[in-house]
Design a protein around this ligand. Sequence first.
Ligand code: YH5
Length: 262
Amino acid sequence: MGILNLTPDSFSDGGRWLQAHDALDHAAQMVSDGAALIDVGGESTRPGAAAVTEAEELDRVVPIIEQLAKRLDVVISIDTMKPAVMRAAIAAGATMVNDVNALREPGAIEAVAASQAAICLMHMQGEPRTMQSAPQYQDVMADVIAALSERIEACTQMGVARARLLADPGIGFGKTLAHNLTLLANLDAFKILDVPLLLGVSRKSLFGQLLGLKVHERLLPSVVAAVLAVESGVAIVRAHDVAETVLALKTAEAIRHARRES
Ligand code: YH5
């Protein structure tokens, strides 16, 4: 899953048309590099980032999704917490909703229930603005699995087929470095949820904390973590650097395929 960020700082400030052109070019490049999905996001969930209004987010994502759906043979995912954005994105051609808030916003389950869109339910402790202030768990594995299980049940109770759901432990969303490492080291335990897993580690702060690297220096650890995640059973990895991630995953897959016992 290639990341297409449509926040204002993400593309050149050469006006709306140039920005849209750059975004579509970037998406086409990710597909050519091997992305099977493009995750379109118009709101920032970084700690301390400015809130984006619904109108602004719709303005950013809907025209791009329409163009992507017309031009590229790829699954389009919408990364949003807002029910109105989910509805508009699905109408524009998105077939997956990726919600870091796991459809907890009032009206969010209803917004996707009538569609056939796939839904990624991500775990987050707290809310984006404050989640990194003092993350606490009794048992991070048990707590995150229980919270995701509760969201899966909330969706199925509202008539969303379990076959449409994916789960994501939410690396960096209300977690310390130790919490993130525990989750990454025990991804196989999430199989108990009985839905495919999605994971986002690309360029995240845990690599800054662990290795002292700036955002632009985090390619190698991001790719290593992606390979380990897929080896632990993760179905989809969300990545900025699609070309490098795909090469690494293809290599790991070829080696795994040659195993004698599988
Ligand atoms: C995710 O894990 N993450 S947005 C801070 C960074 C780098 C990257 C500089 N949406 C996820 O990518 N959706 C985001 O440090 C997501 N899983 C799913 N399903 C945050 C992000 C990032 C944050």
